[in-house]
Design a protein around this ligand. Sequence first.
Ligand code: NI
Length: 137
Amino acid sequence: MAELSRFSVTVPEGILNKFDKYINDSGYPNRSKVIVDLIRDCLIKESWQDESEVAGTIVLVYDHHKRELDFKLTKIQHDYHKIIISTQHVHLDHDNCLEIIIVKGSANKIKELSGKIKAEKGIIHSSLMMTTTGQEN
Ligand code: NI
């Protein structure tokens, strides 16, 4: 386990009261655990730059009846096959599909892939979830 450091934080009382209510409602054991998660979120966001090695998922929902959309999405994914670990496709209903694309590679390539998917006509929603490879804790 990593060595722990203690530090003090000064915050407005109203925010602290809301924060404690949040901790209580969300089931976190204490303030420290939440603070560590928030710091980690910050550092992960910061690490998603340029060529740094990162991991994440792209989730998209689209209507597969839209002209050539299936074909275009497959083509884009083949263009980025080196950073795509896995793709799962679920038929949500008669018209709509949900896809989860698991990615690992350089941050700029993954952002580029996510941008190309978002830009396709007929995408109802697409979101990139940025996380870490776990190598830098
Ligand atoms: Ni489908």
